[in-house]
Design a protein around this ligand. Structure first.
Ligand SMILES: C[S@@+](CC[C@H](N)C(=O)[O-])C[C@H]1O[C@@H](n2cnc3c(N)ncnc32)[C@H](O)[C@@H]1O
Length: 201
């Protein structure tokens, strides 16, 4: 299971794709866009990995930025965006110390980054998201589900932990169980998809 001090560059150098790197856009992200709840806008993918989802957002008309700690993943993401002839702003940075992006993002997506953080980093994560969004911004968070931990499998978070972390600053519209899109795992992990909207002041 991934840990906060994991060497992400080394993970991405491994010739076998990591389980989350399916090369297909996230089903939950696709469903959300198909529902029409999120229209093209300025979007940020936190822990974007090799860029599949943020490239998909750009292809759907979003003005898209992807952030990841791993330089190896960001380099691969840039190559994929170039091959797909789409414009994406890729930034190698920590979600715990985001740069100043200027204009706030109206949509934030996180597939599997938040759940890798240590519990004592969660408040910093929320503060960083608050720093790059505005009231009304929408956040789709995908993480492993503590009801069904798997080894091998992703780190997990409980519904109570999600509510405790985010409900001070976000109205949680729904939390749904789903099966994470993965490759190279014996069992498909259970996840939580959370849709939330930053609270108006
Ligand atoms: C489980 S992977 C998911 C990658 C991508 N979202 C996807 O679905 O393919 C978690 C990602 O978070 C990144 N990550 C972990 N800690 C991070 C941090 N503090 N700041 C930015 N990225 C981080 C890792 O490098 C990795 O790419």
């Amino acid at each position: 299971m991934p840990t906060p001090d994991r060497d992400w560059d080394q993970t991405y150098r491994d010739p076998q794709s990591p389980p989350w790197d399916t090369r297909r856009p996230s089903t939950q992200l696709r469903l959300l866009l198909e529902s029409g709840s999120v229209k093209p806008c300025r979007a940020l993918d936190l822990g974007c990995g090799t860029g599949t989802n943020v490239i998909f957002l750009a292809q759907q008309g979003f003005s898209a930025t992807g952030v990841d700690l791993s330089g190896v993943a960001i380099q691969r993401a840039r190559e994929k965006a170039r091959a797909a002839a789409v414009s994406v702003n890729f930034v190698c940075a920590s979600v715990l110390a985001l740069p100043d992006f200027g204009v706030p993002f109206a949509f934030v997506f996180d597939c599997g980054c938040f759940h890798t953080l240590a519990k004592d980093q969660r408040r910093t994560f929320v503060e960083q998201v608050l720093g790059v969004t505005r009231p009304g911004s929408i956040f789709l968070l995908l993480c492993g589900n503590a009801k069904e931990p798997l080894d091998p499998g992703p780190p997990t978070v409980s519904e109570e932990e999600i509510r405790a972390t985010f409900s001070r600053d976000f109205d949680i519209e729904w939390i749904r169980e789903f099966r994470l899109d993965t490759v190279n795992l014996p069992k498909t992990p259970l996840g939580y998809a959370t849709l939330m909207r930053r609270r108006l002041p």
